[in-house]
Design a protein around this ligand. Structure first.
Ligand SMILES: *Cc1c(COP(=O)(O)O)cnc(C)c1O
Length: 391
């Protein structure tokens, strides 16, 4: 129940990849027939992805993962905008994945860009009006996450993109978490740059892609050979690119069935948790959220202890806080949506997928209320996290 962290490789995806590890192992840059066969497989995958995104195949750049796509988009567009029009300002949201937020921080710290965060509402959503107000003539690019990995909320990317388009500012969206369930037509979304990563939609780990709209100013950050129209050097990972293509194709053709499988289970989980557990709250938007995503905070509960106890009981789930030796830090996403420090420490994320059954949900509902009660009895006997001075 942690499909937002990663997913297994779909058997059809695995089968499609296999020949390219040995029989058809050529380098797609080679002129001979082994090279040509590998190149054909890569170009077929590029076409499948382009079809799903509603773009030209030449606008799809293969990368090693979602994080690399985010890095290439941010660094590549920021450096290009500085070069061509002395732009120095980057707009992001406070609920970005670290692949965006840490990259923006790095551009600020080591390259002198000025990074500004657009505020979010209590659901973690960006208001397009705020984007319009904060865009400046020297804004290099705007980057806003499409569907949030921690709280599931889905931003109004189309409307934000329209604002950026009208101002002539490049717009990137991190669609790594969104790609499993949401249509990603880049023209409908008004985006210039869009990141995906295969392992969030039943493809292999370690492969991703960046959509780059024709005409978008961007420079390479990984230099070397002339692969990927010079935008990303390195011999292409043919089997994984084939896997990415097949996984993306299946995500399009099976979208409705996948949504119909997870959404009723997710809805049942959310309503039951909120009904049976006092002082429990849904984080993220109640309806404008990923169909497989449930996320909560519980008052007077240590989220990390809850995870450990659920793991012991056989449930794989996640929380928003990174456990740092006796001094847990709540997630920045949960703080930025306005949750108090201690409440944010009691977070739980349950994300469903292909293997999740109604029985799994029922089994979890049998155990979570009792674990939370135990945690609260413990908490009432100890000062919460020895951390009260920080409240
Ligand atoms: C998983 C994830 C990433 C990182 O993708 P990797 O392929 O694991 O590097 C980036 N953004 C979001 C929203 C994600 O969920």
């Amino acid at each position: 129940m942690d499909y937002a962290a990663t997913t297994p490789i779909e058997p059809r995806v695995f089968d499609a990849m296999l020949p390219y590890f040995n029989d058809d192992f050529g380098n797609p840059s080679s002129i001979h027939r082994w090279g040509q066969k590998a190149e054909a497989a890569v170009e077929n995958s590029r076409e499948i992805i382009a079809q799903g995104l509603g773009c030209l195949p030449a606008e799809v750049i293969f990368t090693s993962c979602g994080s690399e796509s985010d890095n290439l988009a941010l660094r590549g567009a920021a450096f290009a905008a500085r070069q061509s029009r002395a732009a120095n300002h980057i707009l992001i949201s406070p609920v970005e994945h670290p692949a965006i937020s840490k990259t923006a921080q790095s551009l600020q710290k080591y390259h002198g860009f000025c990074v500004e965060e657009i505020p979010v509402d209590p659901f973690g959503l960006v208001d397009p009006v705020d984007v319009e107000a904060l865009i400046r003539p020297d804004t290099a690019l705007v980057s806003i996450i499409m569907a949030n990995n921690e709280i599931g909320s889905i931003n109004s990317i189309r409307e934000i993109g329209e604002v950026c388009r009208n101002q002539g500012i490049p717009f990137h969206t991190d669609a790594v978490q969104a790609a499993a369930y949401l249509p990603l037509n880049v023209d409908n979304l008004n985006v210039d740059l869009l990141s995906i990563g295969a392992h969030k939609f039943y493809g292999p780990k370690g492969i991703g892609a960046l959509y780059v709209r024709t005409g978008t100013e961007i420079i390479a950050t990984q230099t070397g050979g002339s692969q990927e129209t010079g935008l990303r050097a390195g011999t292409l990972n043919v089997p994984y690119i084939v896997g990415l293509g097949e996984a993306f194709r299946l995500a399009q053709v099976e979208r409705e069935a996948r949504v119909n499988h997870v959404k009723p289970l997710r809805d049942h989980l959310i309503s039951s948790i909120l009904e049976t557990i006092p002082a429990s709250y849904l984080t993220g938007h109640p309806t404008q959220r990923l169909p497989n995503h449930a996320s909560f905070v519980f008052d007077k509960v240590d989220g990390n202890m809850l995870l450990i106890k659920l793991d012991a009981a056989g449930f794989a789930v996640s929380s928003g806080s990174a456990c740092k030796t006796g001094n847990p830090e709540p997630s920045g996403v949960l703080l930025s949506i306005g949750l108090p420090h201690d409440l944010a420490l009691g977070s739980l994320r349950v994300t469903l997928g292909s293997s999740t059954s109604f029985q799994d949900i029922e089994a979890m509902l049998q155990i979570v209320p009792e674990l939370i009660l135990q945690e609260r009895i413990l908490a009432s006997k100890q000062p919460f996290n020895d951390n009260n001075e920080r409240n």
